[in-house]
Design a protein around this ligand. Structure first.
Ligand code: PLP
Length: 410
């Protein structure tokens, strides 16, 4: 691996210092991203597991050539992400002689766009036997590897029901009862031996979790689906593995991987999103106004609802450089957005000095689930996207303006 920075496809004209970037601006840090990629690559090298980027968490495609140097490829939630991987990750790496994989999972594919899926993807994961019946023959004829998502019905997370695909009534994955009933339920082309249509099984049940929860999930997978595993070529552990978090137990993850490799001779895939760019990016914002209503309030040029929607959806309090918990430092502020939404508040933070108009604030861990989820509610400008190079210099990768807001409306 080269020591220096990799080359951006369209190396921006605009180089500037971090403190000179216009706000709001997402800034992804090349060195921090590469540190995560090194960690993931270590797991791949030690175990032979294949790790894919889940693009839905982080789709900064200017960095796909870099990510493709470390990982095995990417996975998509639909044809657009699959095409993005094909164009921006697989193609540039193919020019360097490296063949990457392009996986996709969708709860239901559309007939009109399934040709695109076949064009871009090599691994296609379905969510029901009915979808296998409908699209499996075309996929098989096109030489694709076919998987089915299973639901091991093993909830390992409390509190975050909207992130728990094992919750009762879930639409995500086939339960053991439905899977086992396949001979009656499958019918059609699957009537004879449905399992012959599957190359792999896929589960995705974790969210920001450690490998002990993966271990428990694997116990459930083996208990409920173990009899089918010897017939498979691969198993995909999904995402939600917080592998690059400092307290993550990597040796236990590697034991989980080896267990499936050794017991069933399976190729093991992992498709983390968060772990790839965890703590590798920032959102720089500026204080526009300060006011007082029972508490001190600062209005920023950044919005939770528009620029960091997970702050409200998860919800969570993003780390802010140089700040403390409310009351920890002498000056506490409620930080809010310049939108109409009363609840568009990022959180309460304390500072050493009073905030003033023009002060810059830097929110941390803003690479993942930020730029992929943002929106222009209230006509809010989209944050620019910049890259901080290893030498500390920043490159402006993209700026957005009024036209981007207008183009999505009519
Ligand atoms: C969301 C998702 C991922 C990535 O999850 P992270 O929590 O970002 O690691 C991977 N696979 C599937 C099927 C997903 O839905």
């Amino acid at each position: 691996m080269e020591k220096g920075s990799f080359n951006l496809k369209d190396e921006g004209e605009e180089h500037m210092k971090f403190t000179e970037l216009p706000t709001p601006c997402y800034v992804v840090d090349e060195a921090l991203l590469e540190r995560n990629l090194e960690t993931l690559k270590g797991v791949m090298e030690r175990t032979g597991a294949r790790i894919l980027l889940a693009q839905k968490a982080f789709s900064m495609y200017a960095l796909y050539p870099l990510i493709g140097r470390y990982l095995q490829g990417a996975t998509a939630s639909g044809p657009y992400e699959a095409r993005l991987c094909a164009e921006e990750m697989a193609l540039p790496l193919a020019r360097q002689g490296r063949k990457l994989e392009n996986h996709i999972f969708s709860p239901a594919y559309r007939e009109e766009t399934f040709d695109e899926v076949l064009e871009y993807c090599d691994h296609i994961v379905f969510n029901s036997w009915k979808q296998v019946r409908k699209f499996g023959p075309g996929a098989r004829a096109a030489g694709k590897s076919i998987g089915l998502r299973i639901n091991p019905e093993c909830s390992t997370q409390e509190g975050h029901a909207i992130y728990d695909p094992c919750a009762p009534g879930s639409r995500l994955g086939v339960t053991a009862a439905v899977f086992g009933n396949l001979r009656e339920r499958a019918g059609g082309i699957l009537a004879k031996d449905p399992l012959l249509w599957l190359d792999g099984l896929h589960f995705h049940t974790l969210c920001e979790q450690n490998s002990d929860d993966l271990e428990r999930t694997l116990d459930a997978v083996e208990e409920k689906f173990g009899v089918y595993l010897p017939g498979m070529k691969w198993i995909n552990f999904g995402g939600g593995h917080h592998i690059t978090r400092p307290d993550y137990d990597i040796p236990r993850l590697e034991r989980c991987i080896r267990r499936m490799q050794e017991k069933y001779s399976l190729t093991v895939y992992l498709e983390p999103g968060e772990a790839v760019a965890l703590n590798a990016g920032f959102l720089a914002a500026t204080v526009l106004e300060t006011l007082h209503n029972g508490a001190d309030i600062a209005i920023l040029d950044a919005s939770a609802a528009c620029h960091m929607p997970d702050v409200l959806e998860m919800p969570y309090r993003p780390p802010l450089q140089g700040s403390g918990l409310p009351g920890e430092k002498p000056y506490t502020y409620r930080l809010g957005a310049p939108t109409c939404l009363a609840g568009d508040v990022i959180g309460e933070y304390s500072f050493d000095c009073p905030l003033q108009e023009g002060d810059r604030l830097v929110f941390e861990d803003m690479a993942i689930y930020s730029m992929v989820k943002n929106n222009t509610f209230n006509g809010m400008p989209l944050p620019a996207i910049a890259l901080r190079r290893k030498d500390g210099d920043c490159v402006m990768v993209k700026r957005f303006g009024y036209e981007d807001f207008k183009r999505r409306l009519s």
